[in-house]
Design a protein around this ligand. Sequence first.
Ligand code: ADP
Ligand code: MG
Length: 584
Amino acid sequence: MGTFQIDFGDSAKPDRIIGIDLGTTNSLAAFMDLTGPAIIPTAEGGRIVPSIVSLLENGSIVAGEPARARLTTHPGTTLYSTKRFMDQAATGLPLGGRTITPPEAGAHILLALKNNAEAFFGEEVTKAVVTVPAYFNDAQRQATKDAGRIAGLDILRLVNEPTAAALAYGLDKRKQGTIAVYDFGGGTFDISILKLQDGIFEVLATNGDTHLGGDDIDQLLVAIALEDMGGHCENPERLRQAIIAAKEQLSFQLTATIEVDGYQRAIDREQFNHLINPIVERTVGPCVQCLKDAKLTAQDIDEVVLVGGSTRIPLVRGTVEHLFRAKPHTELNPDEVVALGAAVQAGILSGEVKDTLLLDVTPLSLGIETMGGVVSKLIHRNSTIPASETEQFTTAVDGQKNVLIHVLQGEREIVKDCRSLARFELKDIDPVSAGLARIEVKFLIDANGILNVSAKDLRTGKEQSVEVKPSYGLTDEQVEAMILSSLVNAEADIRERQVREARVEADRIIAALESAKLNEAWANLPADDKQAIHLAHNELLLAYHSDDHRLIHTYMEKLDKASLTLAENMMNTAVRGALKGTKI
Ligand code: ADP
Ligand code: MG
């Protein structure tokens, strides 16, 4: 008889995953507590880690509160707002005598948060969900992931900040709805409109101003105080801190006093509102544009969520309420809601939070093969799922009866360099002239990552479809390798694609010319014209095999010009290339 061993070890316990808001001004970490998401305290006993790094005399770098304290004393060796430069990940920011890249600066802030979490839990923390602005592009998202890697944090998922805010409020529990997330932070203003369907968020539109925030209010008040002081100020940084303190008080009380180095000035809320109104008004335009881009009006918005410390200002709240004609959510701290939402997402990933569908993105682009062996992408990588995209294609051959739909995955331009997912034929389409058929191809990825591809002949209504699971049999390493190879080969790929597309176009013109020669207009064409066409035709055939797409285009244009009279005579636009559309 054998013995059974029951494993009570770590494998039964899910890994701890924390949620992090890596902000421009402030960063926070949160976790899923028994009653819901909660903020992880900082080493100083606070909740917020200022997104500031500072180089010490001994050469080491500190982040957070100790770095903020050095802003007044060591401004030359202290950096803030480095998140702004995440799109220039390789650029060194001067920090004292040396340089630091934006992901490295981010890593120091993440490390401070990681250390706080480890002290709080009394165990190592290596996994996190980190939020990023909805408008962050691939490079900025990658730079954020790099920051995690440098800090020894495995970033399991990047979540859009507005989505995290909506999650913190549990808005995913609604069946459906439209949510506006108004985020007015320290240095940036973002407005996002999310659509919620069956527990899944989709970003419909984003807008904002990357240089508008609480900092602008601070600067305005500093300028006024400096004028007051006759332009002389002993320590401008100390003045700024005093002004920030007064500004923050004015959100809760009707008057505040700016006090610094013997200078004193009282300010009441009415004066304050009057002063900052132009700054707050600058958030209105982006909101209006965002609604417009989402093809919605204020009436369509079901919920409004406030994010960012500057939304504590009563004037800002009033402006938002007026704009969206709805009382915004203010139950949670606006500077904590993104981190709390990240913790909810972390809980979903670790299995602590149930009943919520995962928010996910497609790791690789999806598309179909078009003439010349090139790939036409319909859904681009990093699209949030569910996702759907529709495009029209046409046929390449006169009287074509069947079209082959070849579904591909990957970032490269040429079919042979991508992963083939499926092939199917749409049969018995209306056999019209080349370029006249209208084939609608639709890609739809559902919340479970299943891809449905359908093709429909819009003339006959005939339709055919296939279902695949694009992630099937793909490891993370393979996905990364595919993305990397597209970066390495980007230039060569584009050139190859351009040449192939030019050849497809040349084929079309030559075929059109051949069929024109059967027309009686050809027989009646003056010999000079025929001669010019023959010449241009031969030149195009010579250019055809060159690997310079511009050369092929030049001779296509020459042939086009030479056949102008013929085309006019035929009253047929075929030769002149009026038939547009990508051919399957
Ligand atoms: P970010 O997302 O840019 O990192 P936060 O959301 O933490 O920044 O917002 C920071 C900004 O909020 C700062 O300009 C800060 O002065 C401002 N802020 C914080 N609390 C208040 C308050 N009570 N009243 C007004 N502004 C505040
Ligand atoms: Mg923020």
